[in-house]
Design a protein around this ligand. Sequence first.
Ligand code: HGY
Ligand code: MN
Ligand code: MN
Length: 418
Amino acid sequence: MRETLHLHQHLDGERFWADVEAQAAIGALETGGIRRLALDDADVAARLWLIDQAGPLGCTAFYDDLGNVFLRREGSEPELAPLLIGSHLDSQPNAGAYDGALGVVARLAVLRALHDAGAAHDRPVEVVAWTNEEGARFAPGASGSSWFAGTREREAIVAAEDDEGMPFGAALEHCLARLSASGAAHRPAPYRPHAFLELHIEQGPVLESLGCPVCVVTGIQGVTWYEVEVQGQANHAGTTPAAARQDAFMGAHRLIGALREAAETQDEALRFTIGKFRLWPDSVNTIADLARFTIDLRHPDPAVLDTLDKAFQRLAEEDWEGCRVTLGVSSRVAPVAFDAALLEALEASVASEWPEAPQIVSGAFHDAIHLARCCPTAMLFTPCRKGISHHPDEHIEKAEAVIATRALVRAVDRLLAS
Ligand code: HGY
Ligand code: MN
Ligand code: MN
């Protein structure tokens, strides 16, 4: 192992924060939040902004067949598998400015530190912004990273449609054309990184409650997404007697009550969320003939997710106001435990910044949940105020974000020296 480069001494906190604010302006809403839905114009603008940073840093910008954007800092041994660090730039519909983006900007700070230090290293370093981590516009999430890691096929991903019927594939073609026009090089095939690191906001209350600016994340809980359809019969709201109705709303309403009851049989670690609910024909005086809703189910123990999956499938087969129910799984990702050796390197880096930092299992999923299935992977968290996220009130403190980014720089330094 060679001497580390003391890269952390080259972290320019002011420049880092200027980048955080530059990113936050892309897709900014008047209400104070941001909206950068996967592959929309604001999301593409954020990627183009990242590509623009490559040249001055002596890096090369690439994009792949899923629109993942990479900045590569060459090493003296270019054939070595790169150390990959990254996160995502897309957001929820009415989001804060730090979920994902903080991680991408912190990586930029790593490249700036390497550049300012005139660092020589054998292994290439790559920064990546993954496509469609959130899954808010096109379900399921983590499209770019799951394809790159080999856990999902491109065909299935591009077939997804948004609520307006726009296919992922069409939005992707538009994005790839913009990335190509930017001068970034096209690199079709994924590769197997030497290791993957992700710094992300915690999106929970633990670190803030401890006054801790950074910690190691040891794994991510499991997550299953369902799409449920309740098919009834439209009819006149004023003339149709109760006994003659097949009311999709009432069927969905009762079914949701039963699903929730099944979920409540599990421990308080379970997370059961219905985030989308739509009715057709969506008219005040017509009985709904179709209800569609989603379920987001999470737990650290795969056995619990499996038990509830069976219970949900059984409930879907029962009669709900004479309607027909289909319950489909749009995403099922098992929990991951991150790589022990990588965690050790991260722990040492975090301890240099904050000796008494805790270790956390992430309640939110991240691109790292897929990368962990193709290379040694681990994460760092930094706090957000009151743990609020997926909301315009999402907030981070500059001083804490700089400490967390310095821990990331130390980890990269340590891994490049090993
Ligand atoms: O849903 C999640 O856990 C992530 O924020 N996309
Ligand atoms: Mn995120
Ligand atoms: Mn998110």
